[in-house]
Design a protein around this ligand. Structure first.
Ligand SMILES: *Cc1c(COP(=O)(O)O)cnc(C)c1O
Length: 410
């Protein structure tokens, strides 16, 4: 690994942890590992211990850590111009938007930075479309969302979370959301009314524990949205860009959607780059001054995102995720473990649910870490396996050996 830390800037693992503990807000509980260098699927701590990254920053590192083409684009652009705000044009934004639209099949894209901002943009677009195009009475728009959703951490978004901790202490919340059980098409059908403007859904729920909806659910959602003149909006922030073995996870059902929230891997694991994409019949509700972001669409992020998309296509990472994911899943299913309740997922987004009688998933992640494999549990019982999509079969086989031993130990 290419190490360039100036010695005076680097701190040891314990010091790094202590400093973050002392000076940081305590809004995370990270695994006890400090990453100081990274390349591809591998990361290294300050003491030189190597680990395989099986989380990929929640799928933001699909292209692998510090992909040379993405870093090359970053450096080249950093030497020209990094930020203009949208008060001026910049020469990277247009090409980026065009490339993103070509890839997603939509007519327009609105660039933001974080995933939550892309979701907020989708919510604003859907509401305004509801009032200006559909004709919903002012203040009455409703957006349907699913139980166990994860769409980000803003106050509006946590307001329609069903996770008590995400909401606790943060109210009052934005009205206008109706929650239905994830995967239950009949409940969804019953939730529409004349004021419904959108159904916002993760095609596979990531944070909730890699929940794959029943076959036909998204197709039914598509039909219901058509029937009720509502927008079907997919949050593909975690599932998009090849992760599930399709470019976007809703393609598994062969449906089209009316808009998508994108983020994470759009920034190539380098910068926060997100977007809401839709056709003009929706996007044209935005007029100058309606919505924006100082950093959204900045030339540095745009250059990095273009390189990140190029890498996805040129290295055919979606096909890799499909092929390696099938193989990895089959191998995981063959493990005869007393601890495993279920293995589920698609492509290289796989959850292994630990039986409650075997304790929580966290200690299994600690044991994997001791063997050089970085995973993080999602909620109490699920270990999420989501390596960078550039991983090789040999590397996955190495990981499997350790996973097998940890899961079969009594
Ligand atoms: C991570 C995530 C978000 C939020 O993205 P941030 O960049 O953390 O704001 C939204 N939706 C889904 C499905 C995600 O996985």
């Amino acid at each position: 690994m290419n190490k360039k830390n100036p010695a005076q800037l680097s701190v040891g693992s314990q010091e790094a942890i202590d400093l973050a503990e002392q000076w940081g807000a305590h809004n995370y509980h990270p695994l006890e590992v400090v990453v100081a260098n990274a390349e591809g699927v591998w990361v290294e701590d300050p003491e030189g211990n190597r680990y395989m990254d099986m989380l990929s920053a929640y799928s933001a590192v699909n292209q692998g850590h510090r992909h040379p083409r993405v870093i090359g684009a970053l450096i080249e652009q950093a030497q020209r111009v990094t930020l203009t705000s949208r008060a001026f044009h910049n020469d990277r934004l247009g090409p980026f938007l065009k490339q993103l639209c070509a890839l997603t099949g939509f007519e327009a894209a609105l660039p933001m930075n974080t995933g939550a901002e892309a979701v907020e943009t989708a919510i604003k677009a859907a509401r305004k479309w509801g009032y200006k195009v559909k004709g919903v009475p002012d203040g009455q728009a409703e957006i349907i969302v699913a139980t166990d959703n994860f769409h980000g951490r803003t106050t509006t978004i946590v307001g329609f979370s069903t996770e008590a901790q995400y909401r606790d202490g943060f109210g009052p919340f934005t009205p206008g959301f109706r929650i239905v059980p994830f995967g239950d098409a009949d409940a969804l059908a019953a939730a529409f009314n004349a004021n419904t403007v959108a159904f916002l859904i993760e095609p596979i729920q990531g944070e909730a524990g890699i929940n794959v909806p029943p076959d036909g659910y998204l197709a039914r959602a598509r039909a219901l949205c058509d029937q009720h003149n509502a927008l079907l909006i997919a949050d593909e922030i975690q599932t998009g860009f090849g992760r599930t073995g399709r470019m976007f996870a809703h393609e598994w059902e062969g449906i089209s959607v009316d808009g998508m929230c994108l983020g994470k891997a759009l920034g190539g694991g380098v910068l926060p780059v997100s977007a809401f994409v839709a056709d003009k019949r929706v996007m044209d509700v935005f007029h100058p001054g309606d919505h924006g972001s100082t950093f959204g669409g900045n030339p540095l992020g745009a250059a990095v995102a273009m390189a990140a998309l190029d890498v996805l296509i040129d290295e055919d990472l979606t096909a890799r995720a499909a092929a390696l994911g099938d193989w990895f899943m089959a191998q995981l299913l063959e493990i005869d473990s007393p601890h495993v309740q279920e293995v589920r997922g698609r492509g290289l987004l796989i959850g292994v649910e630990i039986k409650e009688s075997s304790g929580r998933a966290g200690p299994f992640c600690d044991r994997l870490k001791e063997r050089g494999l970085l995973c993080k549990e999602t909620h109490a019982q699920v270990i999420r396996f989501a390596p960078p999509l550039v991983i090789t079969k040999d590397e996955l086989a190495w990981a499997l050996g350790h996973i097998r031993e940890v899961l079969t130990a009594p």
